[in-house]
Ligand binder design. Structure first.
Ligand SMILES: C[S@@+](CC[C@H](N)C(=O)[O-])C[C@H]1O[C@@H](n2cnc3c(N)ncnc32)[C@H](O)[C@@H]1O
Length: 298
C-alpha cells in the first residue's frame, strides 16, 4: 500500500494515501462508526491525481471506486454499527447534457443504492435545511432567480438541501457488540427529540474549520459542518470508541471525534489538506487535554 505520509497523536492517526487501497487493508470489525462527506462525484476536482475520486469523467466512474470503498467499510465496521455520510444532489446544465436539458442528478439515491448493494442496510435519512436566498446569492443559479419566477415560473426550481444518510451493518454478531448508551443527564428527552427530527432546521453551514483559515492557507472546497458531525459522533458512538473518516479533508470529523473523547483514524489523498488536518487534530488534542485539566466539557 502506498502511504505517502502519516502522523499520529494521543488517540488519533492520519494517513496521506488513497483511501480505497488503505481501507481494503484495514482489519475486519475494527471501526465503530465511519462518518464523512464523500467527493460529490465530479462536482469538485480536489487534485490532479488519478486517484482523486472527484477527478472523474462520469458518475459511473465515481461509483466504481466508491463501491469498492463501501464494501470495505462494511467489512471493517463492527456488526450492528453504522456509516453516516453527508451528501447532496447535483444540478446539471444544458452544456453537460446529451439531451440539452437542465435538471437535478440524484447523487443521494445513487449513494443509497451503492451502499445497499454492497451489503449495508439503509437506516436513516435526515434532510438538512439550507437557506435558498443564501444559495441564490452564492451560486446565482438560474433556477432560484425571482426574475425567472416572474417571467416563467416553470423555469424555477427550489433550494437544495443537504442530506445525512445512515447505513447499518446488519450482520451476524450484532448481539455481542456493546450498545451505544447515553446517560439521560447528558442527553435529556428534548435533545433526543431534536436530533430524531427528520429535518434539521437549526444547523449552520458556516460551522466549519475553514472559518479560521489564515492568510494564504489553503481553504477546503467543501468541509463537513462540525455541528452535523458532532450530532452523528455523539449519537452513534460511546466515548473511547473508534471513528473513521476515509475522506479526512482538513480534519473536521477527526477534530469532532478527538474533542469528544473518541479515537480517530482518517485518510486523505491531497498532501496540503492532510497537513492541515494534522495541524487541526493536534490542536484538538491540546484543547481536549486543557479541557480535562480544567474540568470543562469537551
Ligand atoms: C468532501 S471532501 C471531505 C472534506 C472533509 N470532510 C473536511 O471536512 O475537511 C472529500 C475529500 O476526499 C479527498 N479524496 C478524494 N479522493 C480520495 C481518495 N482516493 N483517497 C483519499 N481521499 C480522497 C479529497 O481530497 C477531499 O479532501
Amino acid at each position: 500500500m502506498n502511504v505517502l505520509d502519516q502522523a499520529s497523536g494521543d488517540g488519533w492517526a492520519a494517513f496521506n494515501c488513497d483511501t480505497v487501497e488503505f481501507t481494503a487493508e484495514m482489519p475486519e470489525s475494527s471501526i465503530d462508526l465511519s462518518v464523512f462527506s464523500p467527493p460529490f462525484s465530479s462536482l469538485y476536482i480536489y487534485s490532479d491525481s488519478e486517484r482523486d475520486m472527484g477527478n472523474v469523467s462520469s458518475h459511473d466512474e465515481f461509483f466504481v471506486a466508491y463501491r469498492h470503498l463501501a464494501r470495505d467499510l462494511f467489512r471493517v465496521t463492527r456488526p450492528g454499527r453504522l456509516c453516516a455520510i453527508h451528501v447532496k444532489d447535483l444540478v446539471y446544465y444544458s452544456n453537460s447534457s446529451a439531451k440539452g436539458d437542465r435538471g437535478l442528478y440524484s447523487f443521494t439515491s445513487d449513494c443509497i443504492r451503492a451502499h445497499v448493494e454492497e451489503g449495508w442496510t439503509f437506516h436513516r435519512q435526515v434532510t438538512v435545511w439550507r437557506c435558498p436566498v443564501k444559495e441564490m446569492q452564492k451560486t446565482k443559479a438560474d433556477r432560484l432567480l425571482y426574475k425567472h419566477f416572474r417571467e416563467d415560473a416553470a423555469r424555477t426550481g427550489g433550494g437544495m438541501p443537504e442530506y445525512i444518510l445512515v447505513f447499518r451493518k446488519w450482520s451476524e454478531g450484532m448481539e455481542g457488540v456493546a450498545p451505544v448508551l447515553h446517560p439521560p443527564a447528558d442527553f435529556p428527552l428534548d435533545v433526543w427529540q431534536e436530533w430524531a427530527s427528520p429535518v434539521w432546521m437549526d444547523t449552520r453551514e458556516t460551522d466549519v474549520l475553514n472559518v479560521g483559515a489564515k492568510g494564504d492557507e489553503e481553504r477546503h472546497l467543501c468541509p463537513m459542518p462540525l455541528d452535523l458531525t458532532r450530532r452523528l459522533v455523539l449519537q452513534y458512538t460511546n466515548a473511547g470508541e473508534t471513528v473513521y473518516s476515509p475522506f479526512l479533508g482538513i480534519g473536521s470529523e477527526g477534530v469532532v471525534s478527538v474533542r469528544n473523547g473518541r479515537k480517530f483514524l482518517g485518510t486523505e489523498l491531497k498532501p496540503e489538506y492532510w497537513q492541515l488536518a494534522c495541524r487541526h487534530l493536534r490542536e484538538a488534542e491540546r484543547n481536549r487535554v486543557a479541557g480535562d485539566l480544567f474540568g470543562a466539557a469537551a
